[in-house]
Design a protein around this ligand. Sequence first.
Ligand code: 5AD
Ligand code: SF4
Length: 478
Amino acid sequence: MTNESSKEKKTTSVEETLRQRSFIELAQALTAQKSNAAGRPLTYCLTTFGCQMNEKQSEAVAGIMDEIGYVRQDNEEADVVLYNTCTVRENANLKVYGRLGHLHSLKDRNPDMKIILFGCMMQEQHVVDKIRKSYPFVDLVFGTHNIFKFAELFYEMLQSDQQIINIWEGTDQIVEDLPTERNYTFKSGVNIMFGCNNFCSYCIVPYVRGRERSREPEAIVKEVKRLVADGVSEVMLLGQNVNSYGKTLEHPVTFAQLLEMLEDVEGLKRIRFMTSHPKDLSDELIETMAKSKKICHHLHLPLQSGSSRILKIMNRCYDKEKYLNLVEKIRKAIPDISLTTDIIVGFPGETEEDFRETLDVVAKCGYDTAFTFLYSKRSDTPAAAMENQVPQDVAKERFNRLLALVQKEGRTRSSRFEASVQEVLVEEESKEKGIFTGRTEYNLLVHFPGSADLLGKYVKVSLDECHGFYYMGSLVEE
Ligand code: 5AD
Ligand code: SF4
């Protein structure tokens, strides 16, 4: 299995789970020996780049590291350092390369240290070639498709002094019931599907995460019930395009039907999801959201561009008018909805006129927040080969104008809550001692004086002072 690119070797989910559990046990024994010899617990440091999908997959890797007997720490002077990488924009790649130099110097001081790179960036051939050539001190490299093999790969790495590179080109396998850690005790991400079939022309995700695969609804409901029994009250359903959930299942189920199944889970209080592709957002989903008592009134609906011409070249399958009509329909059915979006500036061929269409949509839609990105050329995507790339200074200037508008609109939208009392889920203590942070169903952050016993609870908070995308508030009742 060393230094190869392999296709999936088919096992059933149950067989694979048992197989990986046996590798966890083998690694446990080896780790206990090493720990005894060192006279201290062995440690690991895991850093996640990128999206919530990566966060979720890192929790799975951390769960296995914990089970094997490693103790997690924030400091990279650890026995094992792991990076879960992202490649959606080039700066994500550059960050990893930048940090590898530092890891090399740590490894010079501690030759027993192990360095593991995995996730999206590793699915790119040129990245793997570069690691093989220029970063021989990296011990283990694997991709997105074989994360469920982590225990096995880790055990192999412990016994080897060679660099191990194991990248799969794809998989249709979904392995359930492996150990996992959770970043929060009261809220959790839940994968409902993997991969993407949309091939937006700028996007590398379909190439590194493969084709769309949905989990069986029963497996999702079972996981959510288990999480609730374990103290979770808010779930975030994760997928690149949740609106096309269930289409590829043997017995197809719609996303709205899945939401209805989850609505019935007793003890679950809040349901969130992301990401919604506008082209697949159904009337059925809007109705389900409108009547649900648990689905938060927040929708992340990536626009990418307001220009119909650019949207066509982006292969987004909707135009400006269709997007605006959709927003109008959603606002009519759910008047208090909070809308957020993603926008790319400087896509190849974008003219000043195209860009103004984007500004126009932002002014019309009233987003609570918009995540704005400078277009980043990703190798092997159709957009990378387009000749009319926008000069950096032009793109940057547009980006700044967009950001100013987005911030202005965001402040206006957020101020609608001023002086209202909202229920928030208390998530963490902020850097300032005694000040806690909660989140409303609209995904708005509120900081307020409180105490640690409130963590994970729902409390009523008065939203006193609007600071743009967050509020300072005060506790009304527990
Ligand atoms: N350049 C800039 N932004 C990108 N995104 C995806 N690919 C690119 C790219 N090549 C943005 C999109 C997407 C978000 C997750 O990242 O806006 O919705
Ligand atoms: Fe990328 Fe488009 Fe798929 Fe989103 S829907 S992951 S932007 S290809």
